[in-house]
Design a protein around this ligand. Structure first.
Ligand code: R5P
Length: 299
């Protein structure tokens, strides 16, 4: 990819650098400054760059969205023709319909903002419910990659476990996909959320010989889903319960609480910098960027 550079915000530096190294691309930091009144200023330096791959995960989106839009503008003003946002976690995808009168369609609002700044958006396991693809929401090229392969490879290298557990029906396609890759048994539960931090999970029966299980979920935020699913498994005599999460949105305090509840280990992909990071998404993202470039060059 001649003329391409990987730009990165400090928090996503590790994943950005690992991806750039796999792609053999130069890197450039986005320098951030916060004024006393809370406004942000960003600065980039680029020479001879035609294509920018801007890495910024969009957890804590209310502050980061503004900075990512500013960075896209700064990059373009340096003469860069094409700017791709690589947001391994893409926020605001959950509000994909009006649940209660008077609410916004947040997914469309945020997609519209990113459309106005980027030629392409790349993410991993976007939290999509009622729509099947980001292409239904974004006007620019947009792809959500599946984390099934990196998770399956990571699990394959651990000690064997008896069962994969998806806490809710939405997790079924990718729990199945992970389990089939490594020949594991799996079950998927049903979840009802009554409040931000309150969920009830029901799991189908676990086979009698199951002593260890991995709960696999795309997001952990309050940790309530993991706690509820793990509680059921422990009550059924499953003595080792671990968790694999794609997007670790939970606090250190929640991590300690979950560990105290007996969930051990708790690991996540590096989509968001977090103490639980163990699975790198760099190969997945690098492959997608390489394949996309080949398609664009051929067309
Ligand atoms: C929900 O559909 C997601 O797959 C996760 O289960 C959910 O976001 C986890 O949130 P929390 O940790 O707050 O229970």
């Amino acid at each position: 990819m001649p003329g391409a550079t990987v730009y990165f915000f400090e928090e996503t530096s590790q994943l950005a650098n690992a991806t750039a190294s796999l792609l053999g691309l130069p890197v450039a930091p986005v320098v951030q400054h916060r004024f006393p009144d809370g406004e942000s200023l960003v600065r980039v330096e680029s020479e001879g760059v035609d294509r920018a791959l801007l890495f910024c995960s969009l957890d804590r989106p209310n502050e980061k969205l503004v900075e990512v839009l500013l960075a896209a503008d700064a990059i373009r003003r340096q003469g860069v023709q094409e700017v791709t946002l690589v947001a391994p976690y893409l926020a605001y995808m959950r509000q994909d319909r009006i649940f209660h009168p008077g609410e916004p369609l947040s997914q469309r609002v945020i997609a519209g903002l990113l459309d106005s700044a980027f030629d392409e958006v790349l993410t991993v396991e976007a939290h999509l419910h009622r729509i099947r693809s980001l292409k239904e929401v974004f006007a620019c090229r947009a792809d959500s990659l599946s984390a099934a392969e990196p998770i399956a490879s990571w699990l394959e290298q651990r000690e064997t476990s008896d069962l994969l557990v998806g806490p809710d029906s939405e997790s079924e396609p990718w729990i199945r996909s992970i389990a089939e890759r490594i020949g594991m048994r799996w079950i998927v539960g049903e979840k009802v959320r009554s409040a931000d931090r309150q969920v009830a999970v029901e799991l189908p029966p676990t086979p009698a010989d199951v002593r260890s299980a991995w709960i696999v979920d795309d997001i952990a935020s309050s940790g309530a889903t993991l706690e509820a699913a793990a509680g059921i498994l422990v009550n059924r005599g499953v003595s080792n319960v671990g968790a694999v999460i794609v997007h670790a949105l939970f606090s250190d305090e929640t991590l300690s609480r979950l560990s105290r509840a007996g969930i051990e280990p708790i690991v996540s992909t590096d989509s968001i910098r977090h103490a639980s990071n163990a699975i790198s998404l760099a190969p997945l993202i690098a492959d997608q960027i390489t394949n996309r470039s080949r398609i664009l060059e051929a067309s």
